[in-house]
Write a protein that binds this ligand. Structure first.
Ligand code: ACO
Length: 434
């Protein structure tokens, strides 16, 4: 019978160690017993960007990056995008099963009836400069929620559930308020007759009409985009939520940390960068020159490449298919033909082929968001809204994991060894440097 263990020989000492393998992983703490001497701290693994380190065990999202597979709780993303709603998907992520009709009605009712935010939040929003980036406003205002709901620190089941409902319900309101503030428009309140995405469009774009009627194609497009962005296992922002949340801070602060991580151009900010890149390229005939510059190391092809997907990102495939439907009711986006040609050329180019760089979710999402009339600064905000359900599912799983302690990585120290303090008058380079 094969043993599910790993045998390690330490060539420094000649000693042999055996580490159990469980679910395809060894425990990094098992390396600690590998020591040269008694006062040695033990062997560590060095992995600054978590390239091959599992930070948790999870039952939420499965990705096979080589095959381009993404599943939430076992359900393929293609089926969810076609047949589920965003709130049904959020329920699945959080509860582990698809809701029954009664469960979905109840869940939708709860979310719908928590969309309003405290009136003081408007004063908070008003404090931002007119040109403040909405993502900065979102990060700060979601963190500010922790001051409105101090009970959120309690970890009991009911309190946890209430904060989850509040966060999923109120993120679109904060996002819409941030948008309207930057436009100098009066804030618009939620309409409980509308769907989650329909109401979001209402809070963003309602002007003088008595009842805002969202375009059903755009409402549906946003629904699909929200499903596609709901979770993506241990990505940068989710890792931030888990790491900060492991200190047992309230979920508003943990989600603020995730939102901050998402703001970065290598993560949720990438679709904004894609549009800027397409604008700089300007026309199809300038694509070869642009590709040449990327290959020379002068910038990246934004919206291409992924830490996990070494194949076409399945989310990008769905968004690309959806583009035609959206553009049938909006103005066609003149950047689309440039994007399609850029993809075609890159996918034939040895540089991208050999590095297995394919379009990721951000390559086409920005084009659709732009067609839906969103300014570029809103793109990462549109990512943060649906990702909130994924963050919270992961946060909840982390809080209920009996093995989870405060996240606290180790380090490989390469600094000076102990040395004596040098008084300021004697600090010439020779006195200080070894
Ligand atoms: N354009 C050009 N070259 C690239 C790109 C790109 N978009 N992405 C990776 N490469 C190259 C790197 O230069 C490197 O080449 P080398 O081996 O010759 O040094 C190789 O491919 C591997 O790249 P890494 O940066 O090591 O890969 P990593 O897994 O760390 O990065 C990342 C993944 C950050 C997504 C990267 O592909 C990237 O910067 N892409 C552009 C930004 C982007 O689209 N981000 C959105 C990701 S999806 C999301 O967050 C929702």
């Amino acid at each position: 019978m094969t043993r599910e263990t790993l045998t390690i020989i330490d060539n420094r000492t000649g000693k042999t160690y055996e580490a159990p393998i469980e679910h395809g992983a060894i425990r990094a703490t098992d390396l600690r017993k590998i020591r040269i001497s008694e006062d040695d701290f033990g062997l560590m693994s060095y992995d600054p960007a978590f390239m091959n380190t599992a930070s948790c065990r999870s039952t939420i999202t499965y990705i096979d990056g080589d095959k381009g597979i993404l599943r939430y709780r076992g359900y393929p993303i293609e089926q969810l995008a076609k047949r589920s709603t965003y709130l049904g998907t959020a329920y699945l992520l959080l509860h582990g099963e698809l809701p029954t009709a009664t469960e979905l009605n109840d869940w939708t009712w709860q979310i719908t009836h928590h969309t309003w935010i405290h009136e003081n939040m408007k004063k908070f929003m008003d404090g931002f400069h007119h040109d403040a980036h909405p993502m900065g406003m979102l990060i700060s205002s979601v963190a500010a929620f922790s001051t409105f709901y101090p009970e959120a620190k309690d970890g009991n089941r009911e309190t946890r559930h209430l904060q989850i409902v509040r966060l999923i319900a109120k993120m679109p309101t904060l996002a819409a308020f941030a948008y309207r503030h930057s436009r100098g428009l009066p804030y618009a309140y939620a309409d409980n007759d509308l769907t989650y995405t329909g109401n979001f469009l209402n809070m963003l774009f309602k002007t003088t009409e008595v009842k805002y009627k969202p375009d059903p194609i755009l409402e549906k497009a946003l629904e699909v985009l929200f499903i596609l962005h709901a979770d993506h296992e241990q990505n940068c922002s989710t890792n931030a939520v888990r790491s900060v949340g492991s200190s047992q801070v309230d979920p508003y602060c943990a989600v603020a940390a995730g939102t901050a991580a998402l703001y970065g151009p290598l993560h949720g900010g990438a679709n904004e960068e894609v549009l800027k890149m397409l604008q700089v390229i300007g026309s199809k005939d300038r694509i070869p020159e642009f590709i040449k510059q990327v290959k020379e190391g002068k910038g990246r092809l934004m919206g291409f490449g992924h830490r996990v997907y070494k194949n076409y990102d399945p989310r990008a495939k769905i968004i690309k298919q959806m583009a035609d439907e959206v553009f049938s009711v909006t103005r066609p986006n003149p950047l689309l033909p440039i994007a399609l040609e850029l993809e075609r050329i890159a996918l034939q180019d040895e540089y991208f082929v050999s590095r297995r760089l394919y379009p990721n979710v951000d390559f086409y999402s920005g084009l659709i968001y732009q067609a839906l009339n969103f300014p570029m600064e809103m793109f990462p905000v549109l990512f943060a809204i649906p990702r909130t359900s994924g963050w919270l599912a992961q946060w909840q799983e982390m809080r209920l994991d009996p093995e989870q302690k405060i996240a606290r990585p180790r380090q490989v120290y390469l600094g000076p060894s102990e040395r004596d303090y040098v008084p300021i008058g004697r600090r010439d380079a020779g006195a200080q440097r070894p």
